[in-house]
Design a protein around this ligand. Sequence first.
Ligand code: THG
Length: 825
Amino acid sequence: MSFLEEISKKILVMDGAMGTQLMDRGVRPEDCFDAVNIKKPEIVLAVHKAYVEAGADIIETNTFGANRIKLLDYGFEKKVHEINVAAAQLARKAIGAKGFVCGSMGPLGKMLDPLGEVTFDQAYEAFAEQAKALEEGGADVVSIETISDLQEMRAAVIAVKTETKLPVIASLTYDDGEKTVYGTTPEVAVAVLEPLGIDIISANCSTGPDGILRIAKRYLAATDLPVMVMPNAGMPELVGNQAIYKMTPKQFAAYAKKFVELGVRIVGGCCGTNPGHIRAVKSAVSPHPPTPSPSGRGGEEEPRRSAAGSSAFASRTKVVEVKSGVPLLIGERINPTGRPAFQAEIKAGKTRIIRQEAQTQTKAGADLLDVNVSVPDVQESGAMHEAVKAVSAASEQPLCLDSPNYAAMEAGLKTFCGRVLLNSVNGKKESIDKVIPLAKKYGAAIIALALDEKGLPQTADERVSIAERIVMSAVDKGISKNDIFVDCLVMTAGVGIAGCLETLKAIPKVKEILGVKTVLGISNVSHGLPERSKLNALYFQLAVSYGLDAAIVDVTDAEIRKTIKGYGVRGKGYGDREELLKEFKAAVEKVRRSGKPAEKRMKEISLSEYRKAGLSGYQDVRKAVIAGDSELVEALVRLALEKKMNPQRIIDQGLLPGMEVVGKKFNKKEYFLPQVIESAEAMTRGFQLCKEKIPKGKIKVAGKVLLATVKGDIHDIGKNIVKMMLENNGFAIIDLGKDVPPEKIIEAAKKERPNVIALSALLTTTMVEMGVVKEALEKAKLNIPLLVGGAVVTKGYADRIGAVYSLDAVGAVALAKKIMKAAKK
Ligand code: THG
């Protein structure tokens, strides 16, 4: 029978202390105990046999310090394999097939980063090396024990789970405050270690059986995992120069009985125990059938994980539970997007803003802290490592690691001592293949983004069907539905609210059909718009009314805080949904119309009045474009053409200068995205009318531009504005669309021979595709100027890849013109 099958049927007794037994047989305290396995194996064998004789079902190997970091102190660091294999074989020799061999793995004896010098990877390697040797020597299970640093335990558990097939016992040691010396409680240990796939949770050493009894109760209340205890024989008393454990076998066995009655499955002994104690334990617990744990768990057929419970997040010292009906608040402020000073700090390797944002958001009530450090030209995994350390020092809250970069995700997962939410996996094959195994390995919950190769979904049903694919893959890889948060993705209301409403509709569908939780990045909704707080708060409230379980929001924002408190997002009612919808629509309408007060009034002038007034100059056309008033632009241009004004001059002196002003207003944040779009549309309308009047051959073609949003990027708002601007400036456009692979760009460039190739990207991750295109152009010997732009693109990046950079669409036109001029010379 396998070890795990056996413990589901029967209480097992583990052996007792090893060190004192070795010393009784002549080993000196200053000797390397682990080396005795190969120097004097007969001594170790004798101790094992004494415990087998006493009735132990499990014999622990004499390998508590047999890792390369500890063995270095004795010059035995090259003997890790030999010692551990020999030790496992000795234990097997003693117990044979009658019982089990448990490989003992103690602490490394040096502190881990950030408190000490040992890195996560070094700890992982040391534990992996030892565990593999124990497995090779025939161990049935390993016990990672007497650990007080949860980070060291994480490294060890992940190493054993990844590198061997052995079941894992995770045994921490607590002080009398029922915390480890690093501040970890039994509940935190469960929240962090259970998702890593440990098989048994345990407490050993510590303060004697009384203290461990309280720990065992807390374990049993927190998890359905089997619980093990290995107490000391009471508290040591100092007699002369020696610590003496005075608890008798009889007293010790009385505790063992209590443990088993509580529901503990394995009892053994730590410091101060000897074969006498183990013999007494064996007779006290033997007749006892396993007591079901408080949550009613019994036989082996039941799921081992607490699958029914809600998911929990944790830091080294704090558990955050996800409750139904109360949205989890994820603070969004550790994110450098749109914040030049923050970006500069990350580039310089500083963490001042990160620490500040961590503190203020924690004070404001954030449950989790989103950590996003994506900045162009910065090695993101290094930045993530530093950011996670900084946040952990400034706040006790667990983290939501927000990155599209797999290496950065893994860096964050290693560095954070706790249980995180991983943000995010999307429906693309590569993302599923990379992110889900990371989440599984590091025990993270995941955000599943409703987005795939085809881009952003339009309808609620499309969102559900992408989410379904991700959820199925995740569940297939062993991730519980409790640990999946689907993000139905909301985009800016600046391009219309239809999409925002589809996102809302998808929330209850996803929950009902897929049985998972939901999350949204609320602030996206107001991107490029004024009065963001108001819109964000309204949409937040709406989303909660549709059943949203978690929200990435600015918890420090006054409107959001009012919403959380006043409207009772965390309490009872959420407000009337229909009312909220009306309010949201009105608010969006209002901001879409605002931003151009004086000019707007022009619309009230009727065409006949206008005729009488004789207003028809280029000035008026220009103003109407600035006002974004398509109707008026059309009227003015028609009248101007009626009067036989030169169409080319209407374009050059009315329409285009108007659009230039709009571009400037956009840069000064007087205008936002919706106004720019409206003005561009107005200009296009006027442009079409003028073009009809210009004889075919006489239309000035300013140049030919090949346009594309790069591979992997489905954001084409920016590219479309550039297109409109270029077209209206007389450029002929070949628009390859969004998510365009470099091969396609090269192919089109060869065929069309454009004067300029212009590329757009919104994301840091996809921006690098611009460099790929540049290289491909060079390889194909296509000497065509490359123009780049988009949210995250910088002049520095453009310089580096040998492209020219434009901040916005107006600049793009100017640059395209400049390129044409230069080419003519
Ligand atoms: N889904 C998931 N994760 C996400 C998002 C999502 N992470 C990122 C984002 N969207 C949510 N977080 C933010 C953070 C900041 C802003 C918007 C969303 C923001 N910042 C201002 C800007 O860019 O102009 C900065 C303003 C300032 O100076 O403070 O708008 O949807 N899963």
